[in-house]
Design a protein around this ligand. Sequence first.
Ligand SMILES: Nc1nc2c(ncn2[C@@H]2O[C@H](COP(=O)(O)OP(=O)(O)OP(=O)(O)O)[C@@H](O)[C@H]2O)c(=O)[nH]1
Ligand SMILES: [Zn+2]
Length: 398
Amino acid sequence: MEYVLVDEEDDCPQLVPIPGKQNISTEQIPVTLITGYLGAGKTTLLNYILTEQHNKRIAVILNEFGEGSALEKSLSVSQAGELYEEWLELRNGCLCCSVKDNGLKAIENLMAKKGKFDYILLETTGLADPGAVASMFWVDAELGSEIYLDGIITVIDAKYGLKHLMEEKPEGLVNEAARQIALADLAIINKTDLVNEEELNQLQETVRSINGLVKIVETQKSRVDLCQVLDLHSFDSKSGARLQEKLQLVKTTRPHLDKNILTVTFEVCGSVFEEDLNIFIQVKNTLFIAKLSVNCCLCRNYQLVIFLQNLLWEKTFKNKDGLVMNVIRLKGIVSLWGKTHQVIVQGVHELYDLEETPQVWSESEPRANRLVIIGRNLDQEVLQQQFIATVLNKKNRD
Ligand SMILES: Nc1nc2c(ncn2[C@@H]2O[C@H](COP(=O)(O)OP(=O)(O)OP(=O)(O)O)[C@@H](O)[C@H]2O)c(=O)[nH]1
Ligand SMILES: [Zn+2]
């Protein structure tokens, strides 16, 4: 069942079913976001994918939208080696702020005109915040869009990557290069021909210290095995089985350069207690309801919801220096009371989502909740304690 949000009186929105939307075909097209600092090798990667790929109709969208104020921007789309241009009207001249209204619609219009693509690659500018673009695609997919977010790739310049990561930003601002790494599912360290082994190791370590979950590959001329790039299913439950193993390998990191961004992980045994209460969750974020409505049976798990809300929206968690924790990406597997299947938790900035995976908890193994959180000012101990205090039922802890 699909829902739309009807925001009647200020803060009490209601969900209303959209008639006739139930039977929408689920054949959605994956979109992969390609981020990376200026000159890292994004376009080289796109060209490589287009020439390597033979059995997919891939559309490449180059988001060359600068900071300028022009209302119309062109959208270059290349498909099967053919290049054409579309004109987009952007209200505020920046794709990340308007992708939902315009960018996505433009892509859908394009498909209506030119026939469906099998895959979409979207290159964002070196400075755009990929998190904003990513969350829009993510939410839209839940709302019945034809497109879903498959993964986020960042291309890093082996020679200048460290320098970009070390750039000091004014108080409160995140280093863009670090943020791109924090969000990524795959980091491609490109131009390895320009560095020696020691430099390469140092960069790898730094990338790993920011994002303990990201897969790192090294390339020259962005030549990477396509199965490492496409169809990653990083945001859906299809990654469930692999994810559990992967999460177990992740370690809490010590920040190397950007003092702030790091990865924190913890495991708490037991199941999250599912209160069978008809509590109306106080919601401030409309996108959140939109997402929860899709998984309505899970949202009753309000203790977990409260933990996530405190972490992502209320930002009530502080580290030991009193600095507010700020999450860029979150991933985990939780065990809900009464559910035989593992549940995936995903978060990008302030959005999060719970989804049951096809993976069943094994009878012989104790159930556990494992979270990996990437962001600023995180403290592993504090987060684990908060998780236990907020989420785990008392009965469970004793
Ligand atoms: N030495 C070396 N140069 C490379 C490699 N890969 C790409 N380049 C060069 O680096 C330059 C920038 O590559 P692009 O692919 O245009 O980088 P980009 O990230 O798309 O750059 P912007 O779109 O400006 O942000 C080009 O001149 C490439 O030929 C590599 O592995 N080694
Ligand atoms: Zn923007």
